[in-house]
Design a protein around this ligand. Structure first.
Ligand code: ADP
Ligand code: ASP
Ligand code: MG
Length: 430
């Protein structure tokens, strides 16, 4: 019996009852002979509420102070959880990210973990304690300031600690029974996936399936840490995310290896906006100067398209997508460099959504792209941008069309389950 790292998301610790329920689960793991390190998120929608509060005080709050504020959310849950475990008669100690040895770079609001030195956690569990760690936070190696890892970052904390502590498994407890073929809040007939490869999970996460954060899956793949995504509200087996397929016991056949599905699922994302740079001279170096400006502002972009230039004017338009939360900064940076880049105007559209189909089977199956576009056309959905990778096709549409489009694609690829509807146990979906 080795060490397990368990992570409980905000919906699992949304109120005092939730915290007591989670405390019981953690104690059960300890009683089964494991050493346990539990990572917690802020209660319910606390992080969103703190961001709203900050924006009421200042529309563009300083990154350092926002991190100071947001990390308070996880401190509340870690202390309450430690209290609840002690009440059950077991020893527990809570640790901030900094105390747990989560060392990051100094980029506020989306810091990257650069080292983990979990000495205090190791000592604590070796002494027989359950260690509780505040997720989503760390400390900058250079500035010694408190940082946060970006929204959903507790998943990354958990996997980083699992790697540093050489844990057997990282369990991610959430408000659904695992990773499904689509978001169960949108597709009632979504199917639970028993096993999914790191590669397919990376694409789903990068395409907006927020059940696991992209960086967390990247980290797990790099250190080969198997992740078990499951519900903190039920006792069911969840989804294994790992490099090798799992072996399942079935009554009929004894043991069988779970096969990789051709198509893993459909992801959607309505958190991005589209910026269009209008009237860009159609000559070498223009795209470079636009995206250098964006990169210098430390902003990541997703999709890019350039229109065919109108021969009469020699001008073209370039559109790109990026998280809505970075929209303001991107517009400001481009406006500042308007003379240098030489464009006419900027357009900003935050009413877009992205739908992606993911599956390794696409590589060898030529009909997939046609079927995907066919399903969207049957649903009357207009496509604005397209991008593909070897195992993913994504389109941008109007945000309003997203739920219908996701359901249409899910059905068209035969992913609908014919048994139980997917259960959502908690959370507000915010
Ligand atoms: P937590 O608070 O536990 O971190 P999140 O809200 O971040 O939980 O992630 C869980 C949610 O992810 C689910 O409630 C579900 O709505 C959403 N989700 C999106 N895509 C999927 C998917 N493919 N499978 C399961 N859940 C998904
Ligand atoms: N509380 C943070 C958030 O809401 C981190 C997390 O939940 O993983 O983004
Ligand atoms: Mg999450």
């Amino acid at each position: 019996m080795g060490l397990v790292v368990q992570k409980y998301g905000g919906s699992s610790v949304a109120d005092a009852e939730g915290i007591k329920r989670v405390a019981k689960r953690i104690v059960e793991a300890k009683q089964n002979g494991h050493q346990v390190v539990a990572v917690v998120s802020a209660m319910g929608d606390t992080t969103d509420e703190l961001i709203d509060l900050a924006e009421q005080v200042s529309p563009m709050p300083a990154g350092r102070e926002l991190d100071m504020l947001l990390t308070a959310g996880e401190r509340i849950s870690m202390a309450l959880l430690a209290m609840a475990i002690k009440k059950l008669g077991h020893e527990a100690q809570s640790f901030t990210g900094s105390q747990a040895g989560v060392i990051t770079d100094s980029v506020h609001n989306k810091a990257r973990i650069i080292d983990v030195t979990p000495g205090r956690l190791k000592t604590s569990v070796d002494e027989g304690n359950i260690a509780i760690v505040a997720g989503f936070q760390g400390v900058s190696q250079d500035t010694k300031d408190i940082t946060t890892l970006g929204r959903g970052g507790s998943d990354t904390t958990a996997v980083a600690l699992a790697a540093a502590l050489d844990a057997d498994v990282c369990e991610i407890y959430t408000d659904v029974d695992g990773v499904f073929t689509a978001d169960p809040r949108v597709v009632k007939k979504a199917r639970k996936i028993d096993w999914i490869s790191f590669e397919d999970m990376l694409e789903l996460a990068a395409s907006g399936s927020k059940v696991l954060l992209h960086r967390c899956v990247e980290y797990a793949r790099r250190y080969n840490i198997p992740i078990h995504v499951r519900s903190s509200f039920s006792g069911l087996q969840g989804t294994w995310v790992s490099s090798e397929p799992i072996v399942q016991k079935t009554q009929a056949q004894g043991e069988k290896q779970v096969e990789q599905a051709l198509i893993s699922g459909v992801a959607h994302d309505t958190s991005e906006a589209k910026v269009t740079v209008v009237g860009v001279p159609d000559k070498p170096g223009e795209a470079a100067s636009i995206f250098r400006t964006i990169a210098d502002a430390e902003l990541n972009i997703d999709m890019v398209v350039q229109n065919v230039s109108a021969a009469s004017t020699g001008l073209t338009d370039i559109s790109f997508t990026l998280p809505k939360t970075d929209g303001r900064k991107a517009i400001d940076a481009l406006e500042k460099n308007k003379a240098g880049i030489g464009f006419d105007s900027l357009r900003y559209d935050d009413q877009i959504g992205k739908i992606s189909l993911v599956g390794a089977g696409m590589k060898t199956n030529p009909g997939v792209t046609a079927d995907f576009f066919g399903a969207l056309s049957d649903a009357g959905v207009n496509i604005e941008l397209i991008s593909t990778s070897e195992i993913r096709i994504s389109v941008v549409t109007r945000a309003d069309d997203v739920p219908e489009a996701v359901r249409a694609v899910h059905s068209a690829f035969g992913l609908d389950s014919d048994s139980d509807e997917a259960v959502v146990y908690g959370g507000t979906g915010r």
